[in-house]
Design a protein around this ligand. Structure first.
Ligand SMILES: C[S@@+](CC[C@H](N)C(=O)[O-])C[C@H]1O[C@@H](n2cnc3c(N)ncnc32)[C@H](O)[C@@H]1O
Length: 267
């Protein structure tokens, strides 16, 4: 089965790509995710006529938010996955002023300086050579425009409150699935290397207390299955660990926590 940590690298070749799409839709309804997204979009300084791009837009939920802020402008979503773009097209039907284009984030099919603002959200964590993406985002932004990235720092991720070695193993296995697990804390440096002066840096701690929601967002069951298959933990330990997290969640003592960084740079 596809794991959410590495599956977004190759959505279109995953037999169960709907799992990836379902997770994006689920996340979009969670208050903490909405909070950082709203802050990130606020930081773009959009006007009604802005031209704005969302790189690696997934199902396009943020395109709707951008279109509301720039109703007379132009909103473009780029993504490498044709399956996600097809689903995005369906949900954006009737949303004027929004275009969707298939593209690798490292090679955007547009001229230099055509956007007032360009953002990316939770995609640099999956993409090899994230500096190339930032350079490309900068290329397509006009002088004086804004480039913004929101990315997690998986080194901040915690599951529950225990110092359980099995949980440490599960977190290590999950984190290893990302190409750039520490990209959130590295964003400001990445922007500086790319010649972008940081004009804003916000963090949001995502806290998920419900076990089923945490499993959906952080793919805990699949990650534990992988740990058992690889012999990193044995099956009884896996069962005990899950039972303990579920029990703690039932008592209100469970939380999965993750810090998301949003860095904004002005051209
Ligand atoms: C975790 S999803 C985030 C989607 C969206 N930004 C959101 O916040 O819901 C990561 C997205 O990156 C896209 N992606 C992965 N590698 C890519 C690449 N090299 N170029 C463009 N998009 C890519 C995936 O198809 C997926 O839509």
């Amino acid at each position: 089965m596809t794991c959410l940590a590495d599956g977004f690298r190759w959505v279109d070749t995953a037999a169960d790509w709907q799992k990836l799409a379902g997770c994006l839709a689920f996340i979009d309804d969670l208050a903490d995710f909405r909070a950082y997204k709203d802050q990130a979009i606020d930081g773009l300084g959009l006007t009604a006529a802005s031209r704005v791009a969302d790189v690696a837009c997934g199902l396009g939920f943020d395109l709707v938010r951008l279109q509301r802020r720039a109703p007379l402008g132009q909103v473009v979503g780029f993504d490498a996955s044709r399956a996600l773009l097809a689903a995005a097209r369906q949900q954006l039907a009737g949303c004027d002023g929004v275009a969707l284009l298939a593209a690798d984030a490292r090679r955007l099919p547009c001229a230099d300086g055509v956007f007032d603002a360009v953002r990316i959200d939770r995609a640099l964590q999956h993409i090899e050579a994230p500096g190339m993406v930032v350079a490309e985002m900068k290329r397509v932004t006009r002088p004086g425009g804004i480039v913004a990235a929101s990315e997690p720092d998986w080194a901040s991720f915690s599951l529950g409150a225990d110092d359980d070695p099995a949980v440490t193993t599960i977190i290590a296995e999950w984190t290893a699935g990302f190409r750039n697990p520490r990209i959130g804390r590295q964003l400001a440096a990445l922007f500086a290397v790319g010649g972008l002066a940081t004009s804003g840096h916000l963090t949001q701690t995502i806290i998920v207390r419900d076990w089923i929601a945490a499993d959906r967002v952080f793919d805990i069951t699949e990650t534990i299955r992988r740990c058992v298959t690889k012999g990193l933990i044995d099956a009884p330990t896996a069962e005990r660990t899950v039972a303990s997290m579920i029990e703690h969640a039932g008592n209100g003592h469970f939380a999965a926590r993750l810090v998301i960084h949003t860095v904004t740079g002005r051209m």
